[in-house]
Write a protein that binds this ligand. Structure first.
Ligand SMILES: Cc1ncc(COP(=O)(O)O)c(C=O)c1O
Length: 361
């Protein structure tokens, strides 16, 4: 993605909503510009400034700042959580399809990978029977992404309970990547966290997706303090800390008065964007279909055309300067991931550019 995303005219490959301007964020609280200008551009607390960790803790029932480590994006939270819990040869069970970072890290570090699926034919319901049979005493960690990237599927309460029960039976950790919680389509209730349901949960969040602030490069992991301290030790070797400015801006965005406004902005983008995408799908001669995502700013679309998904995406980039993500990137050729949490004209411009190529196939 990074080879093309900065150059294309229409980038419909991002998974978060359209980013906020710095001025937009600072306008949400009086005095915040002056406060920012008075920042000492020093190292921040390596584990995150207390104010930020407290604001994050408030979003997880029963958590305090001691349960929180601030990282350079959810990507670092995932990486260092895996590297702390797992050693070479350890078994990890990964939900599939998924944001493939966990799978890639597991492969690079010689963890033993097993996968359980969300089933497209059942509107992306998880195959929990397979999970139950697959998890054994050897399983050290179950990695899930909820709401899911790329499908936008949200686990039901009974599915969450089943995953916890299966993990508990094996004594396995649950690594729950929850970066899309908060941008639900049909409800203002935020997708519940796995945190607090079981003692071996590491819940990962981020400013990037549900807040539209990816350039802050700020995420976090919430878990038991002794495990958080161990992850912190690795974090300090990898990145030391998120920047002072990011810590301050993230704390502002997550403050009680500002957070609901930033959240609503992100929800408005996904709720305005999906109907546009859905209507566009109906105009593609029956070649596309999609289980409507329940959250996130992305839709995972199945296509009925005789072309490999990566070849199709390269063609779109080269011929119309529009970029989406090939199903190949998720191990599922025949699908395309398209983002829709974008300004209307930009989204329509990108979708029309895609249609021009599809209509000739
Ligand atoms: C599911 C998921 N987790 C983590 C990340 C990384 O997010 P961040 O920008 O917080 O590092 C992404 C980015 O696309 C993602 O989709």
């Amino acid at each position: 993605m990074s080879a093309y995303e900065q150059d294309v005219k229409y980038n419909l490959s991002e998974s978060g909503v359209h980013p906020m301007l710095l001025s937009e964020l600072l306008e949400l609280k009086n005095g915040s510009l002056d406060e920012l200008l008075a920042t000492d551009i020093n190292y921040a607390h390596a584990n995150g400034r207390p104010e930020l960790r407290e604001n994050i803790a408030k979003m997880y029932e029963g958590a305090t700042a001691d349960n929180v480590l601030v990282t350079v994006g959810a990507i670092e939270a995932n990486f260092n959580s895996l590297r702390t819990v797992l050693n070479r040869g350890d078994e990890v069970v990964i939900q599939f399809p998924n944001y493939m970072q966990v799978w890639g890290v597991a492969k690079n570090h010689d963890y033993l990978i097993k996968t359980f699926s969300l089933l497209e034919e059942k509107s992306w319901e998880p195959d929990l029977d397979t999970l139950e049979n697959m998890v054994t005493d050897k399983t050290k960690l179950i990695a899930i992404c909820n709401p899911n990237n790329p499908t936008g599927r949200i686990f039901r309460e009974d599915e969450m309970d089943a995953i916890v029960r299966i993990a508990d039976k094996a004594g396995a950790w649950i690594l729950a990547d929850e970066v899309y919680a908060g941008v639900e389509q049909k409800t203002d209730e935020q997708t519940p966290s796995f945190y607090g349901r079981y003692d071996k949960v590491l819940a990962v969040g981020s400013m990037s997706k549900a807040y539209g602030l990816p350039g802050l490069r700020t995420g976090w992991v919430v878990g038991p303090p002794d495990m958080i301290d161990q992850i912190w030790a690795r974090h300090e070797y990898n990145t030391l800390s998120a920047t002072m400015l990011s810590n301050k801006l993230a704390a502002l965005a997550l403050s009680e008065e500002v957070r609901p406004i930033v959240r609503q902005r992100a929800r408005d983008y996904v709720r305005q964007g999906f109907p546009i995408l859905e209507e566009w799908i109906t105009r593609q001669n029956g070649n596309l279909r999609c289980v409507p995502p329940e959250a996130a700013a992305i839709a995972f679309i199945k296509y009925d055309l005789d072309i490999n998904s990566t070849d199709l995406v390269i063609k779109l980039i080269k011929e119309r300067s529009v970029m989406i993500v090939p199903g190949d990137h998720f191990g599922l050729d025949g699908f395309l991931r398209v983002s829709y949490g974008l300004p209307k004209d930009y989204l329509l411009g990108g979708l029309n550019a895609i249609s021009e190529v599809l209509s000739k196939l």
